[in-house]
Design a protein around this ligand. Structure first.
Ligand code: SF4
Length: 458
């Protein structure tokens, strides 16, 4: 279990000392299983996809004798009893774990990217693996579907989930209800329509709702949509004159940058970007990088390629997680890497959502507020990310926007200024308070005791 710790660096009298760090591709031949892998193979998206690590056996084959049995047992226990996501790690992502030496058991355990991509049972919180209010679809996106995969939560925006797979699976995935393969603990929801029918239903909804102007095209990860299908979908969106913003969501930009560097993808995206430009639509790519170690020259090359072909902006939406990036130095190192080296705008950090078995990653709101405070003033203002809390039934709120905060029990209360699609007739939707909960292990003893009693009483 990782404690909350935000050690301030003190050299030069500043809490944070900026030093430019150029990006480097870690040497993948330090892994026994990739000793003979060539640069050409490494840069092939197909090679990356075929060589993803999906289970303990494949991790063993890659690692040789670098890791003790203890790690594999820990991983198997997690996969059987706690994991909400199945394992899928592209070589590109694995190669960013313990990037500057040959990994051993301790360094692999301690690695920030390992901690969220290959979670193990001893990472999780023993007493409170889940918050009592944690739910599978913690943002109630499914409840707000207006067509299969189309969530209408904010008045002017929709989220389009085109598919339920990604090239990589993150242990903390907020869409764990739908995304990825079922695990022993989570039987996943299935999309049932044929893709073409699902996409037609999305377009029909957008055409009949001209007040929706902004479409986040997501999944899963759009890098898993066959390019021709994705291009057809995007051109369909561009044919709806009321759609003015399109944002493509892909963690693969960091997890599998090779995908976005393929010739057919680059050419196709260029056609989409030209059409968007002609129609005055803002086309952007949103990615999901949580740690500076994920940024390598290949990631920067892919991001710059997106900009070269005409995407207006590439932005990062990271997730704030204990043990991964929840210190000022980690966040600023990542933001400077994004902004200064990779051509990616640091945009948001989301607090990790209240899904099952995620308590060891989550941080309390007061701590997120502190991090936001401590990040100010170092980056250019437009590139200083906001830390946001996605409050169930509300949506994103900056972490300082809460209305009331009961620190003893770790309950913050929030308001909102719009109705979601399921509240059209709810007279109190805009006047009531909505609760969000801090992880219980971070509360004072009296608060923890209160939650224990609640559980016994239930
Ligand atoms: S890439 Fe995004 S959607 Fe896919 S598993 Fe990770 S967090 Fe979930």
């Amino acid at each position: 279990m990782t404690e909350l710790k935000n050690d301030a660096a003190t050299a030069a009298g500043q809490p944070y000392n900026y030093q430019r760090r150029t990006l480097e591709e870690p040497d993948w031949t330090r892994f026994p299983g990739w000793r003979d892998v060539t640069a050409k193979q490494w840069e092939s998206a197909q090679w990356q996809r075929v060589n993803c690590v999906k289970n303990v056996r494949q991790l063993r084959a890659l690692m040789g004798d670098l890791l003790d049995e203890r790690f594999y047992d820990d991983l198997e226990t997690d996969m059987k009893r706690l994991a909400t996501m199945s394992m899928l790690v592209p070589p590109q992502m694995l190669n960013t774990m313990v990037p500057d030496k040959t990994p051993d058991t301790e360094s692999f355990y301690a690695d920030p990217i390992r901690r969220y991509m290959i979670p193990v049972a001893t990472d999780r919180h023993l007493d409170w693996p889940s918050h009592p209010h944690a739910t599978r679809d913690s943002l109630h996106e499914h409840d707000m579907w207006v067509a299969e995969g189309l969530t209408h939560r904010y008045p002017t925006k929709v989220l389009a989930e085109l598919l339920s797979t990604c090239p990589q699976y993150c242990g903390h995935c907020t869409r764990m209800d739908l995304v990825g393969n079922s695990t022993p603990t989570v039987d996943k929801l299935k999309l049932t329509l044929k893709p073409v029918d699902r996409y037609d239903a999305h377009l029909a909804y957008l055409k009949s709702h001209p007040g929706v102007r902004d479409v986040v095209v997501s999944g899963g990860d759009v890098a898993n949509v066959p390019w021709k299908q994705l291009e057809a979908y995007l051109m369909g969106l561009l044919s709806v004159p009321t759609v003015r913003d399109i944002r493509l969501a892909t963690k693969a930009l960091a997890g599998l940058p090779q995908h976005w560097l393929q010739g057919d993808v680059v050419e196709g995206l260029n056609r989409v970007a030209i059409t968007a430009e002609r129609r005055g639509v803002n086309l952007a790519v949103h990615t999901h990088v949580n740690h500076v170690n994920s940024l390598t020259p290949l990631v920067a090359r892919a991001a710059r390629m997106l900009l070269e072909v005409g995407v207006r902006d590439v932005r990062n939406q990271g997730v704030l997680m204990r043990g991964v990036n929840a210190t000022t130095a980690d966040l600023l190192d990542l933001c400077f890497g994004l902004q200064g080296e990779a051509g990616i705008l640091p945009y948001y950090f989301y607090m990790c959502d209240m899904i099952p078995n995620a308590e060891h990653w989550r941080v309390p709101v007061w701590y997120a507020q502190q991090l936001q405070h401590d990040m100010m003033g170092y980056l250019p203002g437009y590139a200083t990310p906001r830390i946001v809390c996605d409050v169930p039934f509300v949506g994103k709120r900056w972490v300082h926007m809460l209305t009331e905060y009961d620190r003893e029990h770790g309950i913050s209360y929030w308001t909102k200024n719009y109705r979601t699609s399921i509240e059209a007739t709810d007279d109190e939707a805009l006047s009531k308070l909505y609760a969000y909960y801090d992880p219980i292990d971070t509360l004072p003893e009296s608060g923890q005791q209160w939650w224990r009693k609640q559980q016994v009483a239930e």
